[in-house]
Ligand binder design. Structure first.
Ligand code: MLC
Ligand code: AMP
Length: 520
């Protein structure tokens, strides 16, 4: 018997509502896209990709501003059976050069304004096709796709076939590409649809998602987008988050997903009140710790209890506070229960299980867990236990009722406004600057971004080094969210008796630098 096509796009397409002329996406600047538009545009783009005669498993690397067309390019890549590789628009040339060199994409799509330098890097790395796509529907990609048919049979894929590669930085060394399969993405989307009670258009109170996150990371690209598509739900679409506009759009939405910064920014707006969120069913937060204070104030102001969940690029979503009150209350400061089908355990440093409530390393398993790092078998082996569980690098505990709390990270990672910043990467760049002997980057509390990086730099003897000049030099080389918000030049770094830099001492020294940062 012919097996069902396990291409993720086939499942998403099957969930489109029967009325294909209904509105699927409405942008904040007034554009409307029907389900039929999505079907036809993704078919044209998929036909364009197929016409390029790319090798099986070809990567399509995309660094473009958020737009509905960028979403369609993602869907078309799935539809055509290729591998999507999204890149943060903040990445600069040194970062892009690495990703393109490492992933060897057959196709690169970039913003029209960046075509000069991106195409040069891509052609040098052997990429044959470079297209452009602007957030105003400009660029060569759509021009070329217009000449292709608006029908396309979804390319067959098995659940184990690669669908996307997401680069994630490492504690040491360069970024690693987490390889996610059609099965990883689809199983997670289905679990979340059920667990969060998404309501399809045929149900009463059909859901409408306010999509306000970037679409180059797990949260906006997979959790939010797949959630809406696999439920046939309409999306209200913002290319860029703006708190005031978002509050206004919440009046017509039922589901919202954000990193904590989006919640604190909306709370800073007097317009946010119970009336604006009257029609809302669910607010979800993730990607970074949601402060208990934000959780409490949000509930007081809006009457809604934010549902916090936990995940990562390598594993997609792992745990969630309950949606259904019969499963328990949503507890601030926790990330809820392991999702159905996800195994989540806590292990001590010796790898042995810890008692309930005891802290240790979080390890996970399930159909959502990635299949390894792109062309890094050694790294992949290091991150899995002998019995096949993935070591998240997060430190936490599970209480007697089963709620998971993340208390810290064993990986040296700063999460700033929902973006990951690896100190080792920033230190590497700083240490290469003239006059620098060594440096340390630590995360400190920040009222807007939750946490931000602070650099502490030791100059070489007799060298004159200034903090502001270091920050300026980094700006030319690194994505803007990675730039330390402060840089101090000091005579020496605090070290323990083993000679290791005591980052905890530095974190303590700078913890009140952004003084109105919440302390909870
Ligand atoms: C912007 N800036 C940041 C920053 N974002 N600094 C630190 N951290 C950030 N996250 C700085 C810029 O460098 C710039 O500084 C200034 O702020 C203005 O830039 P901007 O681009 O205009 O900022 P803004 O549009 O306000 O962006 C803020 C934001 C954005 C919060 C809307 O960062 C954002 O969309 N974050 C969401 C990230 C996300 O989707 N994460 C999910 C990862 S998935 P200067 O000095 O240059 O002016 C994941 C797994 C999971 O983690 O579980 O979900
Ligand atoms: P990324 O590698 O960008 O996918 O980021 C994943 C990391 O974000 C996880 O390993 C956690 O450290 C962190 N994270 C995600 N969700 C939460 C959450 N709700 N609370 C605390 N940390 C989180």
């Amino acid at each position: 018997m012919d097996r069902e096509n396990q291409n993720l796009f086939a499942a998403l397409r099957a969930a489109f509502p029967s009325d294909l002329d209904a509105v699927a996406v409405e942008t904040d600047d007034g554009l409307h896209y029907s389900w039929r538009d999505i079907d036809r545009a993704t078919a044209m783009l998929a036909n364009l990709l197929r016409s390029l005669d790319l090798p099986e498993g070809a990567r399509v690397a995309v660094q473009v501003e958020k737009s509905v067309e960028a979403m369609m390019l993602y869907l078309a890549t799935l539809r055509a059976g290729y591998v999507f590789l999204p890149l943060n628009t903040a990445y600069q040339s040194a970062e892009i050069e690495y990703f393109i060199g490492n992933a060897e994409p057959a196709v690169v799509v970039c913003s029209p304004a960046h075509f000069g330098w991106v195409s040069k890097l891509a052609f040098q790395a052997g990429t044959r096709h470079v297209f452009t796509l602007g957030d105003d529907r400009s660029g060569s990609l759509l021009e070329r796709a217009m000449h292709h048919a608006a029908e396309h049979e979804v390319v067959r894929r098995t659940s184990g076939d690669l669908a996307a590669i997401l680069y994630t930085s490492g504690t040491t060394g360069r970024s690693k590409g987490a390889m996610l399969t059609h099965g990883n993405l689809l199983s997670n989307a289905r679990v979340l649809k059920d667990y969060w009670g998404w309501r399809t258009p045929s149900q009463e109170g059909a859901d409408v998602l306010l999509h306000a996150l970037p679409i180059f990371h797990v949260h906006g690209l997979f959790v939010a987008l797949h959630g809406a598509l696999i439920s046939g739900s309409r999306m209200l679409w913002m290319n860029r988050f703006d708190a005031r506009r978002a509050i206004d759009m919440l009046r017509r939405a039922t589901v919202f997903m954000g990193v904590p910064t989006l919640y604190t920014r909306m709370l800073a707006e007097p317009a946010l009140d119970r009336d604006t969120v009257r029609g809302m069913r669910l607010f979800i937060s993730g990607s970074a710790p949601l402060l208990l204070e934000t959780f409490d104030v949000w509930r007081e102001r809006t009457g809604h209890t934010i549902l916090e969940r936990y995940g990562m690029s390598e594993t997609l979503m792992l745990s969630s506070n309950p949606y259904d009150p019969r499963d328990g209350e949503r507890r601030g400061g926790t990330v809820g229960f392991p999702l159905p089908g996800v195994g989540l355990r806590v292990r001590g440093d010796d790898g042995a299980p810890v008692a309930a409530g005891e802290v240790g390393g979080i390890e996970v398993t399930g159909p959502n867990v990635f299949i390894g790092y792109w062309r890094m078998p050694e790294k992949t082996r290091e991150e899995f236990t002998a019995d096949g569980w993935f070591k998240t690098g997060d430190v936490g505990r599970i209480d007697e009722r089963g709620y998971v709390t993340i208390v810290g990270r064993s990986k040296d990672l700063i999460i700033s406004g929902g973006y990951n910043v690896y100190p080792a990467e920033i230190e590497g760049f700083i240490n290469e600057l003239p006059g620098v002997a060594e440096s340390a980057v630590v995360g400190v509390p920040h009222p807007d971004f939750g946490e931000v990086g602070v650099a502490v730099v030791v100059p070489r003897p007799t060298a004159e080094v200034e903090g502001a000049a270091i920050v300026a030099a980094l700006k030319a080389r690194l994505a803007n969210f990675k730039i330390p918000k402060h840089c101090d030049v000091v005579a020496e770094l605090p070290r323990n008796t083993m000679g290791k830099v005591q980052k905890n001492v530095l974190r303590d020294r700078y913890k009140a630098l952004f003084s109105d940062a919440p302390t909870m």
